[in-house]
Design a protein around this ligand. Sequence first.
Ligand code: FES
Length: 94
Amino acid sequence: MPGDPGSSIDFCFDGRPMTGRVGQSVAIALWDAGIRTLRRSAVDGGPRGMFCAIGICQECVVEIGDVRRPACTTLVRAGMDVRSILDLPSGRAR
Ligand code: FES
């Protein structure tokens, strides 16, 4: 793992600069920053975020680069470009 455990690393969420710590998941780094909504429901547009925190529920899925991944099981890395997902009721993502 690059960097000392617990040392600061910079990444982006929806274009906003964030700071995480080596060894944290993306979800925990965002939680520490006060961010709870990671995506919107495809059914009703309601906010979704970390729920199980162990990679089961998929409520925390975000886009990292061009790939959708659970934020709770993805380690935050320096320079990551993380984006929330707005799943429209039609099934189209923004
Ligand atoms: S919070 Fe359940 S998969 Fe991430």
